[in-house]
Design a protein around this ligand. Structure first.
Ligand code: UT7
Length: 330
């Protein structure tokens, strides 16, 4: 049997229509448009409506990706939802999406690697396809992190947006597809970004709510340093394993957490600024949805074209990180 190469056959996104600008936030907490813009690059973010759960965003992104790929739900063998904000503990959000899509032949599971979840999921799906285990997968990054924020904490609430992005992954017909992927983690840095209460260690009690332990906590500077220390090396390794040089890479799509982090990575790598996809000004940090939304925008705008060599790279709570190198096309 000829070994298959997996590739992305279609993309779709769901961007909530409700917009929260920096000026809106300045009326809610002690912050300013100037501070947020200078420190993060963010100008606005999109938030899910109160009645929209993560699976609602994921479903729309999934339907659009399937339509673009011209793949029927019945042709899916696997659905992976990367999310840190599932609809509920269980069933998995992937099972909720599977049911609503009518993807009766598909297995379904959630994957939690925080902001790295989508890239972790892509690498997992590509490996399963390339090993012959499955033929076609739907990988979704979907988040409603706005639900976990402390809207009185200016250090975190200004950074986040909601959204979803999905990719249909299947066998390539030519040279396009995945050439390398690496995942990593540093559990010793787990405390820098976490939601303490709500799990088996500390259920949500009145005391936990009083202490806001059910809300997202972040040591921003620590995450910043970890990202800048880890991601350039990860990108170099991923490009190297693909058998390419950095100069051959046409576009890098990084996790959109902070424009300053992207700039620092770019400087370390010595890659021209216009090779990096940046849309943080419009969406903020949408966690697992950030890479697929940025990838979709780049493709729609023609900044990524068939045959281009691209790298996707993400990092997030855990501390987790993941990157993959692919040639764009089906
Ligand atoms: O997806 C992965 C997860 N997240 C990240 O990757 C985030 C990584 N970290 C960051 O993006 C940055 O560290 C932040 C944007 C979170 C913070 O930027 P910073 O340059 O590291 O600022 P800082 O934490 O050192 O705070 C500087 C000052 C502080 O005041 P004092 O102590 O100097 O008086 C903060 O209290 O800015 C203050 N500050 C704010 N001021 C206005 C913090 N947040 C705000 C705010 N508006 N929203």
């Amino acid at each position: 049997m000829q070994p298959v190469r997996a590739t992305i056959q279609g993309l779709g996104v769901c961007i909530p229509t409700r917009i929260l600008t920096n000026d809106d936030l300045a009326r809610m907490v002690d912050t300013t448009d100037e501070w947020i813009t200078a420190r993060t690059g963010i100008k606005r973010r999109h938030l899910a409506e109160p009645d929209q759960a993560t699976s609602d965003l994921a479903l729309i992104a999934a339907q659009r990706a399937l339509a673009q790929a011209r793949v029927a739900p019945d042709d899916l063998d696997l659905i992976v939802v990367g999310t840190a904000t599932p609809d509920m503990y269980f069933p998995a959000t992937a099972c909720l999406v599977q049911e609503r899509l009518g993807a009766k032949q598909a297995g379904a599971f959630d994957l939690l690697a925080a902001c790295s979840s989508f890239v972790y999921g892509l690498i997992t799906a590509a490996q399963l396809i390339q090993s012959g285990g499955i033929r076609r997968a739907l990988v979704i990054g979907a988040e409603t992190l706005s639900r976990l924020l402390d809207w009185e904490d200016r250090r975190t609430c200004v950074l986040i947006g909601d959204g979803a992005g999905a990719a249909v992954v299947g066998p390539s017909t030519g040279n396009a597809g995945f050439y390398s992927g690496s995942v990593g983690a540093d559990g010793s840095a787990g405390d820098v970004l976490k939601v303490t209460a709500g799990g088996s260690r500390m259920p949500i009690t009145a005391d936990a709510i009083e202490r806001k332990l059910h809300r997202a906590y972040m040591d921003g500077q620590a995450v910043f340093k970890l990202a800048v220390r880890t991601i350039p090396t990860l990108i170099r390794r991923t490009v190297d394993r693909a058998g390419w040089t950095l100069e051959q890479v046409d576009r890098i799509v990084p996790h959109q957490a902070n424009l300053r982090i992207i700039d620092a990575m770019r400087e370390q790598l010595g890659v021209p600024a216009d090779k990096f996809e940046v849309n943080i000004q419009e969406y903020g940090n949408t966690s697992a949805a950030s890479v697929p939304i940025a990838l979709w925008e780049a493709v729609e705008a023609g900044r990524i074209r068939e045959g281009d060599r691209i790298v996707l790279a993400a990092f997030g709570g855990g501390f987790t990180y993941a990157a993959c190198a692919l040639i764009w096309g089906i």
